[in-house]
Each structure stands twice: as C-alpha cells, then as structure tokens.
Design a protein around this ligand. Sequence first.
Ligand SMILES: [Zn+2]
Ligand SMILES: [Zn+2]
Length: 371
Amino acid sequence: MATAERDYYDVLGVRRDAGDAEIKKAFRRLARELHPDVSEAPDAQERFREAVEAYEVLSKTETRELYDRFGHAGLRSGGFRPTTFDFGSLADIFSAFFGEDLLSSRMRAGARGADVAADVEIELVEAATGTTRQVPYRATVPCAHCEATGVEPGTEVATCPTCNGMGRIQHVSRSAFGEFIRTQGCRDCGGTGRLVRHPCNECKGSGHQLQERRLDVEIPPGIHDGQRIRLSGEGHSGALGGRAGDVYVRVRVRRDPRFVREGDDIFSTVDLTMTQAALGARVEIPTLDGETELEFAPGTQPGEVVVLRGRGMPVLQGFGRGDQRVLVNVAVPRRLNDEQRDLLERFEQTAAEDTYKTDEGFFEKLKSAFR
Ligand SMILES: [Zn+2]
Ligand SMILES: [Zn+2]
C-alpha cells in the first residue's frame, strides 16, 4: 500500500515548476539520506519508498503530466503502479536510476558491503559498569543457492541487447563546443550487462538474502548516550569477494530519575528534614554502586554539596571515575499540629543570634565542594 497520498513535490521538496535536473538532484539527496542501510530514522524505509515513488512519477513526462493535471487519482486511472521492490535489491534500484555512482553498487565485483545501523538501550547503572548486550539486526549474506549470481542454477543468461553486455550506455551529444560523451548505467539490465530470464528462486535474483542475526556487543564502562560502537565486517556482505560492511550500534543510555549525568560526574539530591539537618543524621543515598549511608553533621545547610570522590561514571577508555555530587535540600514542615507548633514556638524563644551563626570556614567548605 502506497503512502497516504502525499504530494510528490512535497515529498521531494521541490517546487511544482522544478526542472528534471532539480528533481533528480532532490531525489539523490533524499536517497542518500534515507537509504535504509544508512539512516537511523525509524520511518526511513517508508520515506525512502515514498521518495522512490515520487521520483518515478515526476521524472517521466507522461506520468508527471498526468499527476499535475489529475493528481493521484489521475495516475491510478492511468494505470500507474509504483514499482514494488524489496530492500535486498537496493543496489539494482540505484544503478537503474543513477548508473552505479550513488552508493557503491553491490553488483560490482569486489565492492564492499554496506554498513548496518542498529540500536541498543541500556540503563545508566549499566553504562557505569559496562555490559554485554545481544543486538539483533538484519544483514544481507550471499545467496548460497545461486552462489550470489542471482541466476537460477541450470538456466540460461542472455546478454543484454541494449548495452551489449557492457552494463552501461554512452550517449554522445554534439554541440557548438564539441562532442560530449556521457556514460549511464543501462536501465534494462540494471548495469549488469545480463538479462536473467530465470532469476534465482531463493533470492529473487538479487544474489543475496537478508538474514536475521544477533551479535553480542560489549558496551564499555563510561559510554555516553548516543555513542556508537563499530563492529567491523559484520554488516551487509560485499559483492563477489568484496569485504562485508560494518555494523554501527548506537547506544542509548536511559535516564535514571535519581541521577543527572554531566560528563563523568553524577549529580543527585538528598532531602533532609529540618530536624535532621539541625541535629545531624545518617541517611541512605543512592549511588551508581548501590545505596550508601552518608553522615550529615549537625547544622547541615540547604544547598550544601557533599562530594563523593570517584563515585561518578568511569572515564571511557581511560582511568578513574568522575565524582558524585549530592546536593542537600532541607524540607521545612508544611503542616503543624498544636503540639508541634508549641514546640517550635518554644524553640524560637530560646534561639539567639549564635544559634544560626555561620561557622568560620563554612564558605571555604562550600567553595571546595564546587572545586
Ligand atoms: Zn540466489
Ligand atoms: Zn543492459
């Protein structure tokens, strides 16, 4: 089913009077960006199909006219059907549209396979210790049935008459400035020079098959959200002896509501009650290594920061760890019963200037907490 009838000009991002060259350029740009092997956007595959369809219509005079005058309905009644294709044959699509130059074509002997993007999500505490995750992804492998030729074994292959087996066509144009030779991939044979009468039953002629794969990916301690891990040679297979592409695993580090990460440091807050702050208290606080008990001295002030050296995130591919900074918040009672009010009023009467006087060196202490 085609996409919900988006305007083809909008899809390609061109004006309605755009020329052929402009349309082609817009499509190339989109195709590069949305190529499902490259793009990480979840809707890349759908948008790519949409772009191919828009390009198919707008790049041909007949279909473009039909569309301009009667829209999607006109195309349908005119018998237009978007080409259906599977992503195993992307290289063929590209060579059909552009010759071989857009992405390195997998049809060429020895061409390197394309890269694959995959995602994995871990918790912040896992990022602190490092972890191993099984990452599922799909990559093409050479078709074993046809030995990657795309031809059903035992059947004949004809030489493409359009290009005489060259896979490309030369256009010679003469002008006042001389002769121009332009080489283009042959559309009839997709640049292969062959016409396969019986495509391989297993891979439908593409020469490769998509395979579900899983890889154990080691995620190093200290990894940051959005960083990518490259797994060399685990991507799409190369064509005819070319080396396989790579897999890029993007690591998403989930937010932990208890901590805020800043570089290798971790920030957290602790709530002391008014009396805990005044009398001193031992309080459990969360750290990346689990709960730990912190001792707060009598007279602890709101806004004080306790620094736990070396309790932050590990330095990625380095030594040591950042710090954890615990910000003290003091909770003031919001509702008092009669007895409590009475107690506090009595306390207030006994309080003197000295009760609230800042220690010598308090600001020094505060400053050192911020380094
Ligand atoms: Zn095959
Ligand atoms: Zn040909």
